[in-house]
Design a protein around this ligand. Structure first.
Ligand SMILES: [Zn+2]
Length: 240
């Protein structure tokens, strides 16, 4: 089963690409998880798209109405540490390594922004995929969010009061896992990326599922999940 995830939705974005992605997904009846940055201060993003979209929050509300799952994607999308936390895909983080109180403040503030705009975020994923035990504690204490989109595994698993929906690939491709999430950054997509995604969806659209309670199983991570995780981080170790 495949899940599509879109990262870095905010007022500051490549609007044409996001619109194109929406038309593409609509054409195949696919409803993704979309990560919304509550208070985008990322200097790299703001430099590229300096004009905020005044209609952004209405747009997100429409996505939610359409059945797209809204994810809290960090707080300000700025890197404050060089830690990888418990999913060390990158050695930088907005959360991992910060004290619990600081993480709580950020999670609370980000969650409040989305709520102010009438959104009901059901998941969390951090910028650069990096978070730690205190991030989970902060989510648990300050929000009703109990689902994380990230980490490497074969299937959805349950740990420390959270469901983890694994996220294994940055592009759509055939993968042998029970559940695979493909994570796209529409801001950075080129013509060829859209064409490839279109071709994949044409062939495999029926293998995609939508985020919802049916996906959430209280399954403990098993030997196979641990092996995949080990292999993944052995291979990507050079990036750290
Ligand atoms: Zn991001």
């Amino acid at each position: 089963m495949y899940i599509l995830r879109l990262d870095d939705a905010s007022e500051y974005r490549q609007i044409e690409n996001w619109d194109r992605m929406e038309r593409l997904l609509d054409a195949y009846g696919i409803r993704p998880i979309v990560g919304v940055i509550p208070d985008n201060r990322d200097p790299r993003i703001l430099a590229r798209y300096p004009q905020p979209d005044p209609d952004f929050w209405q747009r997100v509300a429409r996505w939610q109405k359409k059945g797209w799952a809204i994810a809290l994607h960090g707080h300000q999308h700025i890197y404050l540490t060089e830690e990888g936390g418990i999913n060390p895909v990158n050695a930088r983080s907005e959360f991992a390594g910060l004290p619990y109180e600081e993480q709580c403040r950020k999670i609370k503030a980000g969650y409040a922004v989305l709520r102010q705009h009438g959104l009901e975020p059901e998941l969390f994923f951090a910028p650069s995929h990096t978070f730690d035990e205190n991030t989970l504690r902060a989510l648990r204490d300050c929000t009703p969010i109990r689902v994380i989109s990230d980490t490497v595994a074969n299937d959805v698993y349950y740990r420390d009061g959270f469901y983890f929906i694994p996220q294994q690939s940055g592009r759509a491709r055939r993968l042998p896992f029970a559940v695979s999430t493909f994570c796209y950054h529409p801001n950075a997509m080129k013509e060829v990326d859209f064409e490839r995604l279109d071709a994949f969806l044409k062939k495999h659209k029926d293998d995609f599922t939508v985020f919802g309670p049916a996906l959430l199983k209280q399954r403990k991570p098993g030997v196979y999940d641990r092996m995949l995780r080990k292999l993944y981080f052995a291979r990507s170790g050079a990036r750290r």
